[in-house]
Design a protein around this ligand. Structure first.
Ligand code: ADP
Length: 462
């Protein structure tokens, strides 16, 4: 495992496990320390007494023996203290008298500690090696985002040299494009960021928080995925583009044919015309989606909402042909900043869906209102068929339809909500859908405060 950052402390070297024989001997020695010591003491007293009696000075000899015993005890205590203070843990000194019990106890405890430490070190090494061998980059940091550890893949993906990284700030090593994301708390994964040293290397970044005070930045190489995605986008764009011209020609010829010229072919002609129109619309929608997908941003205009709401009302009335009641409720004092063309097309899509999926006699309400948090919401509410809850998560996918026959019958391509979602993404806005079967649906586009501009009371741009 190569790490560019060293661990917090050098791991203690694992000492070889102690041999079984000395251990058993030590255990035996120390478990009988008290009996042996008392026995020795008694023998010493008896011998001193005997010698004292023989020399006719029992007290003096006894005192001498006791003095000798005290000195020996002190020396044993000193040896024990030296052993305890020694850095290297050797076996305890032999023959410490009653202190052997203490030294044996300490030695056994230390042995257990050491083997626990060895096990922990082995586990830690195994984890480190596994993390180092991961194909994904891993940077372990403190909550304050100071770097603790970096694996090999992270060094490769971020183009880090083997300089000491420990203690440096995380935002010094992440790609430039990820710094704002990191500063804002990195709550969601960040996709498709170019690597700092190689623009062709595309990365995804994700921060995982664990324990109380640590987090982990996981970096994944998604260049291959991005290339595949580009191939898919190019393919769809090319096919749509290639289909456009033949379809226009076909459409032109069909328009030239008069149903009255061959009345028996009139129904066939009508069907051909409607199908070719549908195909042309699908091709146009696919091209719009390709254009949106290839853009990182859109031209920004000041979109006058009062005028746009009026346009939408006219469109809704045109599509509805008086079959629905159409209402506009709006705070016309606030305008939007974004692409006039694409926002208009997204809002029109929602209005057209509301008309197409609401039976005659229903009500459609187009609203533009401020949000409590400072943003604003454009919504289209209808009293139509509604959408079962299980379809809602996938509703904005390409060609996803709740009811294919209803969508086709009403001239749908299945691409409208995909376009809406892409347009909103390019405006850092989100699509919200609330729906109840049989009661109706509300599609809302929620914009941030930075996209809003106040309008002066006289109607002029503020
Ligand atoms: P389509 O062209 O089929 O309308 P969209 O992408 O606009 O495609 O919508 C996807 C599907 O979502 C539709 O086929 C329809 O089933 C459902 N849907 C969209 N808007 C509404 C609505 N207002 N009420 C009920 N269903 C809706």
């Amino acid at each position: 495992m190569t790490t560019v950052a060293r661990p917090a402390r050098e791991e203690p070297r694992a000492t070889p496990p102690p041999k079984a024989a000395p251990r058993a001997r030590i255990d035996l020695l120390h478990s009988h320390a008290w009996q042996v010591s008392i026995g020795r003491f008694v023998v010493l007293l008896l011998v001193a007494l005997a010698v004292g009696v023989a020399l006719d000075a029992p007290l003096a000899v006894l005192a001498l023996a006791l003095f000798g015993y005290s000195v020996w005890s002190l020396v044993s205590l000193y040896r024990l203290q030296r052993w305890l203070r020694a850095r290297r843990r050797a076996e305890p000194p032999e023959d410490l008298g009653v202190w052997s019990d203490v030294s044996g106890f300490v030695f056994r405890k230390l042995e257990r500690e050491r083997s626990r430490k060895r096990r922990l070190i082995r586990t830690l090494r195994a984890f480190r090696e596994a993390a180092a061998a991961l194909p994904d980059g891993v940077v372990v940091t403190t909550r304050g985002e100071s770097i603790l550890w970096v694996n090999r893949s992270a060094s490769r993906l971020l183009g880090l040299r083997a300089a000491p990284l420990r203690g440096r700030a995380l935002d010094e090593i992440v790609p430039h494009a990820a710094r704002d994301w990191l500063a804002q708390g990195a709550h969601e994964a960040l996709l498709d960021v170019p690597a700092p040293h190689d623009e062709a290397l595309r990365l995804s970044l994700r921060v995982i928080r664990y324990a109380n005070d640590q987090s982990m930045l996981v970096i994944r190489d998604i260049s291959h995925l991005m290339r595949l995605e580009q191939v898919r986008r190019d393919f769809v764009a090319n096919v749509s583009h290639e289909l456009r011209t033949p379809l226009t020609v076909l459409h032109g010829y069909l328009d030239m044919l008069e149903p009255g010229d061959a009345p028996e072919w009139a129904p066939v002609l009508a069907d051909l015309r409607s199908q070719s129109r549908r195909m042309a619309q699908i091709v146009e929608d696919l091209l719009t989606l390709s254009r949106l997908e290839s853009r990182r941003d859109l031209p920004e205009d000041r979109v006058v909402m009062a005028a746009l709401l009026e346009d939408l009302r006219r469109e809704a009335e045109g599509l509805s042909q008086r079959r629905h009641e159409i209402a506009i409720e709006g705070d016309r004092s606030v305008d939007l900043v974004g692409s006039q063309q694409y926002l208009h097309s997204a809002f029109s899509n929602l209005v057209s869906n509301a008309v197409r999926y609401t039976p005659a006699g229903g009500r459609i309400t187009i609203r533009w209102q401020r949000e409590h948090g400072g943003g604003a919401r454009f919504s289209v509410a209808d009293t139509g068929y509604g959408i079962p809850a299980e379809h809602l998560p996938r509703i904005a996918e390409r060609f996803y339809r709740v009811s294919t026959s209803r969508s086709r019958a009403s001239g749908g391509t299945g691409l409208g909500l995909s376009i809406v979602k892409h347009v909103l993404n390019l405006h850092q806005a989100r699509l919200e859908v609330a729906s109840e079967v049989g009661a109706g649906s509300t599609f809302s586009c929620v914009f941030g405060a930075e996209r809003l501009r106040e309008r002066a009371p006289d109607g002029e741009a503020g």
